[in-house]
Design a protein around this ligand. Structure first.
Ligand SMILES: [Zn+2]
Ligand SMILES: [Zn+2]
Length: 241
């Protein structure tokens, strides 16, 4: 009997305090903190010189805009991402997305909140919607998870009901910049026609890769007369779009 209680307690406490003394990335035991020394070494903040528009690290310190923003611009006013999508951050995002690691949402939001303070206060926060058919595979949406946690932290209304994804765009991983743009074109629909008018909206996603998705979504919101669209993601890809 005691044994059974012990087992139950173990399960219960592991739910309450998941891996409290382990590295959140590799699982190695830790005395304190979140990451072991090895994983910390490969954990990169996006705090060097970055593009004024999309926040991607720019190549030269003389450049205030990355090549992509110079060439094609964006449909949003400003995008900020606190982490670089490589090394440990890449692994963590992968675990958050496909593994059973919802607890990582709070970890990412801790970094996002600091960047949020640099943005004008939005009227509401929305996640990049995912095609509902995807829920069957992944069970939950990382953008939704981050958006919901962030909204509670900053006290701004969270609306996941205003935009929907109307078709499956598959995985964009193998597609290049222009192909991604074409792939997402027309894939979002604003459910409400009047809720966006003269509103400042903050879009939340896990990773900013080429920007094709958030640009398409921002275009839809601007089409519904949103006055400004901002984007906040946990991480941003470092390579070219
Ligand atoms: Zn580690
Ligand atoms: Zn840029």
């Amino acid at each position: 009997m005691a044994n059974m209680f012990e087992k139950l307690w173990d399960r219960f406490s592991s739910l309450l305090f998941p891996d409290l003394t382990r590295c959140i990335s590799c699982g190695r035991e830790l005395k304190e903190g979140y990451l072991c020394e090895e994983c910390e070494k490969e954990f990169y903040l996006n705090d060097e010189h970055r593009c004024y528009w999309c926040s991607r690290p720019t190549v030269s310190i003389d450049d205030n805009l990355c090549e992509q923003c110079k060439q094609s611009g964006n449909n949003y006013e400003l995008c900020i991402a606190p982490l670089l999508y490589k090394g440990t951050v890449h692994d963590l995002v992968h675990k958050f997305k496909y593994g059973d690691r919802r607890d990582l949402g709070t970890f990412f939001v801790d970094f996002m909140v600091k960047e949020y303070e640099k943005l004008p206060e939005p009227d509401f926060i929305i996640p990049v919607p995912i095609w509902s058919g995807k829920f069957k595979d992944r069970i939950y949406s990382t953008a939704h998870e981050l958006g919901e946690i962030l909204s509670k932290r900053v006290g701004v209304e969270y609306r996941e009901d205003l935009v929907e994804k109307i078709r499956d765009t598959g995985t964009q991983t193998a597609l290049k910049g222009e192909e991604r743009q074409l792939n997402v074109k027309g894939s979002f629909r604003a459910v409400s026609t009047k809720e966006f008018k003269d509103k400042k909206i903050l879009i939340i996603d896990d990773v900013y890769t080429t920007g094709a998705t958030v640009n398409e979504l921002a275009k839809v919101l601007k089409g519904k007369k949103a006055s400004a669209v901002y984007v906040l993601t946990a991480a941003i890809a470092t390579g070219k779009r």
